[in-house]
Design a protein around this ligand. Sequence first.
Ligand SMILES: *[C@@H]1O[C@H](CO)[C@@H](O)[C@H](O)[C@H]1NC(C)=O
Ligand SMILES: *[C@@H]1O[C@H](CO)[C@@H](O)[C@H](O)[C@H]1NC(C)=O
Length: 471
Amino acid sequence: MLLLCSLLGLLCSVLQAQDVSVSNRRTSNIGEDVTFSCTFSSTDPTVRVTQIMWMKGTAKLAVYNPQHGTYVEDPTHFQMVDQSENSATLKILRIRYTDEGEYLCEVTTFPGGNMKANTSMIVKATPQNSAEANTKVVAGDQEQVVATCNSVNGRPPARITWHATIPGNVSNNMVNNTDGTYTVVSQYLLTPTWTADGMPVTCIINYESTDYPIPLKLSVQYTPVVTIEGFDDNWHLHRNGVYLTCNGKGNPPPTSYIWKTADGSPLPASVRAKDNVLYVDEVDERVNRSFLCEVTNALGSRASRQDVLVREHAMQTQTNAGAIAGGVIGGILVLLLLAAIIFIVIKRGSLQSKKDRGTYNQKPRAFGTNKQSEQFTYQDDGELDKPLKGGVPMRDSGLSPSLGDEDYDEEEEEEERMKYKVLEDDEEEERFNEVGPMLQLRPHHPIDSYLDDDMESQTDGSIISRTAVYV
Ligand SMILES: *[C@@H]1O[C@H](CO)[C@@H](O)[C@H](O)[C@H]1NC(C)=O
Ligand SMILES: *[C@@H]1O[C@H](CO)[C@@H](O)[C@H](O)[C@H]1NC(C)=O
């Protein structure tokens, strides 16, 4: 047998193994009951358990002896349960945060001696979370607590943040409770204006890496804010069925609407006040005055004023539709005018070019250059509807309109146009491209066949396409 064991040493030691096993470490909530089992096991049936003892640190909690029974240090808090020949379970009643820590089970055997095993416990407490808007806030210029968020009796402590559309300040406070829990209180502060009333704000309580959002609506009390609508600035004598509506917004809600005249005289007989509406069955001179609407809630009263101007007669173009129609008609008129101008210009150009061919061929003129230039003249060749070709330089086109001395007005006009023609500024060119009358330039040359050439020779020696359109 010894030989066998020495040969199979590993196997023999496993067969003779003895062990103490305890419950795994755990996380528990305050107030729960928790049990930790402790079991001795051995492959050697001759080994006897004489004592099982649970300790926390060095403090003895409970001892079980198969012969002498059980001893518990604090029976109100600990029990020893499920005792057997080789196991005993510690039960902790209504755990407290002080129960957090390491637990040790020590087993005494005969003749084997002592063996130990340990485990541990973390104590937590789920907080009670709540949040509320402060309904007592009154609009003013002092910073006030408008909402409060609480995370009570949590362990570990919660963290509180806010999410709000209205910027404010946050004040956090944490209390270490005697039971090992923490109470976190977070306040949201701002200077309340009436516009903050009803605005959303969310308190976010983060406990153990989980967010618990609590949405709130702010409450800000304010005396009513008053607006009057219904006056369209076209109240004329004998108009029927007009009325003013008084809109009072307040927190708490308005309780009364009072219509008055601005000068304190009684309401004219031609109006009827009913709650927040002032009816005018038929407009007359007595309505030609200012009215006040006073709105009251629990906090106070505020009034708004509407000046009413009574006209002798209805305004003609009082509606938007009228304005639009007017605009459309105006636009059409402008287009017609433009068309007429273009027509006249084209016609004149056509006449002019006919005149030019006969009379003005021999007279060289150059603009912006001292070189001899090709002679150009206006010519209506019926291609005015062609799209414009951009990028053609203007400065070197030696325009040469021929003008009869007898037509002074026309000459003046033509000269004016020539000034534009010689402008070198690109921007100016563009502008005239957009608005000017379209005229095509052709070289005026004694040899008519030259006209058939597709290219035009420029004064600077370059050649440009003859079909370029100048404007
Ligand atoms: C409260 O507990 C926290 C975390 O345990 C600690 O940092 C803080 O000092 C304690 N505050 C007081 C007043 O005991
Ligand atoms: C209303 O009063 C204004 C002056 O406040 C006056 O110009 C106007 O003519 C009055 N309208 C009528 C219809 O009397």
